[in-house]
Design a protein around this ligand. Structure first.
Ligand code: ZN
Length: 151
């Protein structure tokens, strides 16, 4: 990763931590998932509304470290308005990046979400980054599930 890209990614993380996007509880949500990362103490409540195959609204509330909040902000921004299949594809691409410290980051597919890639260098940080994505995956594939945990 070049120095310029690395500082751009740091700016994105800082911006999304300071001003989280979609920080809200969605009305008439079709899935509500509580995510908890006991290792760090990150807690997020993800609410999603799907209509047909489309994610029409998504939001999160909670508290946690910079990485967990920035990840939730970036994820919700990336999948809002997308189809369930597209969001699941993004989850798979993100998961492949975050769970393997030596994988090639697919910056084209991930867009700003690629900024979270630095977290994969540390197993504990990668859990902070992936928490809300596991909540998304649960919301889309088993909406009746109420919670996910990184442990
Ligand atoms: Zn954390």
């Amino acid at each position: 990763m070049s120095g310029d890209l690395s500082s751009l990614y740091n700016e994105i993380i800082t911006d999304h931590k300071k001003t989280p996007r979609n920080f809200k509880i969605v009305e008439n949500a079709t899935a509500t998932i509580d995510g908890y990362n006991p290792l760090c103490g990150d807690k997020v409540k993800l609410t999603v509304r799907t209509e047909g195959d489309l994610i029409t609204d998504i939001g999160f509330v909670g508290e946690g470290c910079a990485i967990s909040i920035a990840s939730a902000s970036l994820m919700t921004g990336a999948v809002k308005g997308k189809s369930v299949a597209e969001a699941e594809q993004l989850f798979e691409t993100f998961h492949a990046m975050i769970s393997n410290p030596t994988s090639i980051v697919d910056a084209k597919a991930l867009g700003k979400v690629a900024a979270l890639g630095g977290a994969r260098q540390h197993a504990s940080r990668s859990k902070c980054a992936s928490l809300v994505w596991h909540a998304l995956h649960a919301a889309l594939t088993q909406p009746a599930a109420e919670s996910v945990s990184t442990e």
